[in-house]
Design a protein around this ligand. Structure first.
Ligand SMILES: Cc1ncc(COP(=O)(O)O)c(C=O)c1O
Length: 394
């Protein structure tokens, strides 16, 4: 927005206006999509001095700059800058590369998104970075895991399959006391429901493929940094030559405008269906920190202002074919990875084979659902049909 607000705006208003400057684009509401690599200088003197508002497509265009500015405004006061990356995983690996190198040690939550683990066990190991996984419920006991060379703690709350909550402020306090930085994958809550940088996180990551994009049609990720971490982040992004495609940047910006209303609906419908599932005789346990019965509820209530539409539930022990019959019967839940789009999803998962610091033994087949923007009554009716098919097959 060109005009400065007279009073600080609330989140919904910021989502609508952040990063927009219509008068810089002939009055059009949205910025144009710049497909660009080369930027031409008007004179030889300008070329030699690199005197130009933009230098090169990879280093930023009016489209990517609008998105960067918007994300920064949404993240709030503690945010010094944002880096745009071609995917959520690229945002994770870039943030990690910005904070640790050969001879360093990092701490990573055992509930982390699996490809983050693959990066640590593969690329980071090869580069000489040692990773120790920790119990997501560790709290201040994390102090025992620090070594003189521990540079960073990587958190994710809740874990995007198993949904354990983490005490981020407590972990951040211990990490900072030990001279380490805190990274967080904040894709689940987004800055709308968890203001990570204000809660002690130094680099906050979002897979923009999820709620920012919101329509399952873009690849994008971002990292928000505080003043302490921004120079290293920008340096790493520039050295690796990373940037986001112009159409995806535009669609991410478009997604932001409706992210508030979409998330509110995901939150309400998700919680309603989680409560409904918790009452079903086939269900052993629902893993959703917004439920009063969830072990992470107190932390969620203290630190978060909402929940997204992603949660899991554990079925009572039953034959695989009964679970498959349930999933195959569902007409409104697609079976696919990723989440955060307008459509509902379901997957069957099992983290037991790759956890190392904790055991994953939920006691039954476990499904993860993403509750989309469909009418929750229709979703419940669909799930009822699924449970009927489960009964017939079991
Ligand atoms: C929690 C979490 N973080 C990061 C990612 C990675 O995002 P992307 O698929 O954009 O690389 C995902 C993707 O599913 C995710 O669930």
């Amino acid at each position: 927005m060109t005009k400065k607000p007279k009073t600080p705006h609330k989140m919904e208003t910021r989502l609508v206006n952040a990063g927009r400057d219509p008068q810089a684009h002939h009055g059009f509401v949205n910025p144009p999509v710049y497909h660009a690599s080369t930027v031409l200088y008007p004179t030889a003197e300008d070329q030699v001095a690199h005197r130009s508002r933009y230098q090169y497509g990879r280093r930023g265009t009016p489209t990517s700059e609008a998105l960067e500015n918007a994300l920064r405004e949404i993240e709030g006061e503690a945010c010094a800058g944002v880096a745009l990356l071609p995917s959520g995983l690229a945002a994770i690996s870039t943030a990690l590369l910005a904070v640790a190198g050969s001879g360093d040690h990092i701490l990573v939550t055992d509930s982390v998104y699996r490809p983050t683990r693959t990066f640590c066990d593969g690329v980071f190991k090869r580069l000489g970075v040692e990773t120790t996984y920790f119990d997501p419920l560790i709290g201040t006991d994390i102090a025992k895991l620090f070594k003189p060379n521990t540079r960073a703690v990587f958190t994710e709350a809740p874990g995007s399959q198993s949904f354990e909550m983490q005490d981020i402020p407590a972990i951040a306090k211990v990490a900072h006391h030990n001279g380490a930085l805190v990274l967080m994958d904040n894709t689940w809550a987004t800055p709308l429901y968890f203001n990570a940088l204000d809660k002690g996180v130094d680099l906050s990551i979002q897979a923009g493929t999820k709620y920012i994009g919101g329509h399952s049609d873009i690849m994008f990720g971002c990292v928000s940094a505080n003043a302490k971490t921004l120079p290293a982040l920008k340096n790493t992004v520039n050295s690796l030559g990373l940037c986001v495609g112009p159409d995806d940047a535009f669609l991410a910006l478009r997604g932001l405008r409706t992210m508030g209303v979409r998330l509110a609906q995901h939150y309400a419908s998700g919680l309603r269906i989680a409560r409904w599932l918790a009452e079903r005789p086939e269900v052993q346990r629902v893993l959703h920190p917004g439920l009063e019965s969830d072990p992470g509820h107190a932390l969620w209530k203290r630190d978060f202002t909402g929940a997204s539409g992603l949660f899991s539930f554990v079925l009572k022990p039953m034959p695989e074919k009964a679970v498959y019959a349930f999933m195959d019967e569902l007409a409104l839940f697609g079976m696919g990875y990723s989440w955060g789009g307008f459509e509902s999803l379901v997957i069957l998962f099992d983290c037991s084979e790759y956890r190392t610091a904790t055991q994953w033994a939920p006691g039954g087949p476990t499904l993860r659902m993403h509750i989309g923007l469909e009418d929750p009554d229709d979703l419940i009716a669909d799930l009822e049909r699924g449970f009927a098919a489960m009964k017939t097959a079991g």
